[in-house]
Design a protein around this ligand. Sequence first.
Ligand code: NDP
Ligand code: MG
Length: 389
Amino acid sequence: MPVQKLSVLGSTGSIGTQTLSLVKDLGIELTAISGYSNYKLLEQQALEFRPEYVCAVEEGAYRELKVRLAPTGCKLLFGREGLMEIASRDSSDTLLNSVVGIAGLEPTLAAIEAGKNIALANKETLVTGGSLVTRAVRERGVALLPVDSEHSAIFQCLQGNTHLRPRRIFLTASGGPFFGQGREQLREVTVADALKHPNWSMGRKITVDSATLMNKGLELIEAMWLFSVSPEQVLITVHRQSIVHSMVEYEDMSVIAQLGFPDMRLPIQYALTYPERRPSPCRPLTVEGMSNLTFQLPDRETFRCLPACERAAAIGGLAPTAVNGANEAAVELYLKGEIGFLDIGDIVADALSLPGLEREDFSLGDILALDSEARLRATDFAQKLSGRR
Ligand code: NDP
Ligand code: MG
């Protein structure tokens, strides 16, 4: 069913703002929004959409909004608890989760428990809590719709064939700003270089993840949970133009692809209107746009986050949480200029040495505890790396 009432966690981010740019034209009522620290934008959004709830996670932002939103009648919430209250109590039928990082996991689970459908941009939710989330989705009978462009593409290629099992999935990767460069060249790249993505404009964390290919590793694990496929069934292919958003191969060797100019509003809108399609603000594809499509294999020796995620996917259990936690910590350090670009891959690979990752039977508490351990280990390892320089 197309969404009627929507709550958006992470409404001040790249996906969040693009979502809000669509809801009016789609006739969707916005019931709740949240941000971390960007109170000015949250205030603007609150004034424009007048949602029931507004949540600021960071304390300073909350204090600012207490004064600014007083006349609006919006209920102001604070912190992680505020996100949980929105997820479990607001009147929306669907929660679009575009928070960044593992912070998105608990609200996703709470919204599923409350019987809401989920439009999921926050891939870290599935990377860390895939088993819990997919089980809860089955038990509560809600829908889990992908927003990530590749996963939306796969989902679109599966339409009409959901009773068939895909033979393989071609998961496309832009390759990021450093494709084709070797380790020597990457030793000195700056944060500004890493933040220059060739095809997409996104939040800082995912932009760095795209440059390291960690993003593709996370997306491999995301695809495994969304489409019940093994890591061997997912073929990662570098496609520099980001026109083919992914492809599905069936038993008879037919391969179905979804194409379009890179624009996140398309996958966001499909998650909101599914199973329908509506006119969108996206630019139509042209012949020139398709005239030079290339596909290559990724360089796993240079971009070590990818093989680390592939190993984590093969191990299963808590291994994806370990690489994800280490990466979140490493990207933070990288953005602060405390480690080099190549260190991120080494830190992520090192996380797989944590003990007990193979466990299959674990709780939310175990995931959060392991996430903390992985972050600590990553910080220690980063200090050792800078000591060596
Ligand atoms: P942004 O950094 O642009 O936005 C993140 C949002 O989450 C902001 O609203 C931010 O608030 C909020 N936020 C940050 N930290 C926390 C926290 N600890 N708790 C709660 N809220 C927090 O990221 P993107 O929109 O680019 O990405 C969001 C998610 O979607 C990520 O998981 C990403 O991997 C995924 N995704 C993004 C795509 C894209 O094109 N951008 C494509 C596919 C997937 P504030 O701004 O106020 O600080
Ligand atoms: Mg993607």
